[in-house]
Design a protein around this ligand. Structure first.
Ligand code: FPP
Length: 246
């Protein structure tokens, strides 16, 4: 399908069957760059364009929560030049996008840990996103220096420090309130690009009943048309949450 067909494809979408919260595992940047004989970082840079398109469509469709896996706690093991480049890209892009985030009334935040990041860097990126914290529209989480297992452990520690005498009262329903996504609904849909079929430590607790959509498309080629295809696929799913209809 030609890329310009996204508006046409949009007509097929039932707006009552949209997910509230979508998570994105933005994979395939390296392979996209390699195909063009370019360094890995070239792919990450191209990936920012896809992220922007997804956010734009999110605003158009009035989606409520988007979570992007931007940098995992395991990504530190990549070559130093790539790690430095990714951290720089994140800060630089964020700086450039603040006016647009404000214009679109988007609340942006990080979910992840500051451990391992330079204090100045963390303060700078935190104060950038803080500029959006009076906005009341779509919530965009950047999973940055994020690991699902770490989030669960940190959540448990938080619960214990706040409720030292109630350790045996912790329930699955309450536990979400101690995670970095506290107050947000669980993702209904996780989209992973580049054909890999893994969660890779992304939103482990929250994805218990998420629908998973895998596309062969590499992240830098993911655009509004690709996103609508994912939403159409999601709308066709029968979500049972472990139950069964008569
Ligand atoms: C995985 O592709 C992608 C990442 C580790 C980083 C994704 C980050 C961006 C798209 C930039 C984010 C920017 C902002 C402003 C949030 P890969 O490198 O593993 O690709 P490969 O599997 O093909 O090697």
């Amino acid at each position: 399908m030609a890329k310009q067909d996204y508006k046409q494809l949009l007509n097929e979408l039932d707006r009552d069957k949209l997910p509230k919260h979508i998570g994105f595992i933005m994979d395939g940047n390296g392979r996209w760059a390699k195909k063009r004989n370019k360094p890995h970082l070239y792919g990450h840079r191209a990936g920012v364009k896809s992220l922007r398109q997804v956010v734009e469509l999110g605003v158009e469709l009035k989606l409520q929560y988007l979570t992007f896996y931007a940098f995992s706690t395991e990504n530190w093991s990549r070559p130093e030049s790539e790690v430095k480049g990714l951290l720089w890209l994140l800060k630089d892009q964020l700086k450039k996008e603040i006016p647009e985030l404000m214009e679109q009334n988007i609340y942006a935040q990080f979910i992840g840990t500051s451990i391992g990041l330079e204090k100045n860097y963390w303060n700078e990126v935190s104060s950038l996103v803080a500029q959006t914290h009076k906005n009341t529209g779509m919530i965009v989480n950047f999973a940055f220096n994020y690991g699902g297992r770490l989030e669960i452990i940190e959540g448990f520690k938080k619960f214990m420090s706040m409720n030292p005498d109630k350790w045996d009262k912790l329930t699955p329903e309450d536990f979400g309130n101690y995670l970095w996504t506290a107050g947000q609904p669980d993702p209904d849909l996780i989209i992973r690009t580049s054909g890999e079929k893994r969660l890779s430590n992304f939103l482990l607790w929250q994805s218990a009943y998420a629908e998973i959509y895998i596309t062969e498309t590499l992240w830098p080629d993911f655009d509004k048309t690709e996103m609508i295809k994912a939403l159409l696929d999601y709308a066709s799913r029968d979500r049972r949450f472990g139950g069964r209809k008569e």
